[in-house]
Design a protein around this ligand. Sequence first.
Ligand code: SAM
Length: 236
Amino acid sequence: MQNTIHDKNMIRFDIITIFPKIFDSYFREGMIRKGLEQGLLSINIHNLRDFTDDKWGKVDDIPYGGGAGMVMTPQPLFDAVQELRKQNSGPVIYLSPKGTALTHTRAKKMAAEIAKIAPSNDNKSPGCILICGRYEGIDQRVIDLCVDQEISIGKYVLTGGELPAMVLIDAVVRFIPGLLGDQSSHEEDTFSRKLKGKKEYPHYTKPRLFHDLAVPEVLLSGNHAKINEWRKKNLS
Ligand code: SAM
């Protein structure tokens, strides 16, 4: 998944996880794959166990104060972040159900902030460093010492931060210029400013008749003023 060419202008995502294989398939398909191939993005997966001082490769321990589950220990996470900060000038984000909600607006803002970071002359790329938690989560001191933002992908609890990391990257990279074939497509998506935060109109394609359901006549008319009017009326 690593790009062979190191270009300081590319957007760089560094993901810290104990399950690196989870990412193998997703990032090798579609728009993200295209972005990687074109050198617009670089996504680097780091196995947290490579950073632990523990001779058995341990990265979790029982919680002080007792209670169910394990907690991810601070040393490997802290060391991983310090190492990755040498290459990535962006914020450190901990995916957490307790975090600020990831929304269309936030994803767009994050993309704009990343793009705004000027390439430095010390081999760092703009981007972000993502920490994927597991078990009961990570030691609070990692959050206090290293984390710039806590982001939640929704009001539910998942078993790990890997899916949230993929969701965040997917949502953010859509706003990177050049990634989407037709740049205007995200400008007219559900929640966009152009749709005044509303949900997009319905889409139809061939065939004209499917299981007795016909495509609305106006969409076949070629009259763009009328089509736009219909689409506006069908925002929800
Ligand atoms: N004990 C934690 C709590 O009650 O807030 C939940 C830990 S969860 C089982 C394990 C990891 O999954 C978290 O550390 C976080 O990285 C990730 N995670 C779970 N749900 C998430 C969500 N909605 N958004 C972002 N990350 C989430």
